[in-house]
Design a protein. Sequence first.
Length: 182
Amino acid sequence: MNEENIVSLLTKHDIKYTDFSDYQLIDLNFLLEENVVSRNENDLLFFSKYQNMMLRLYYNIWSYEVINYYNFPSVFNTYVGNSYQKLIDDSIEKGIFCTESTLFAKPEIDFMNYLLNDSFNNSKGIRNKHEHGDSLDDDNSYYEDYLYSVIVFLVYIVKINEELHFQNLLHGNEGYWLEPEP
């Protein structure tokens, strides 16, 4: 059996603890001790419901560097309820996850820095690219920078709209529409 990772291996096949080589047992024992994987009385390895949920959280953090507390999956989804939010809260309390209260997540901040500042080797750096009184003969450069600045404005608009949407949903309102307070 050859799979891409241990999650695929244990999900698609019945694998016993004794199926692993001695050199692999060190890592496997670590996963068992940290409650990432479980072992039953028949020596089969498996993931419990809790472990599957944690794996989904880890996968998304690995892939995107961040998860949205209210939208993982949606806290407003009545079928799932807020089981992921409880799991996230427990993980924060244990020090596994950390939180930040910012408008932009770290990957979004990195993207904005890429566009606006000279933070990376290949940054666009449009914030200070055009000095006052300096003009370029290349209109395409101005047009390209204009389009990047439109992207920046759109990102701000989307993020602010997302915050207003979640605030309204948390207060039991429709979501996107602001309603005057009584």
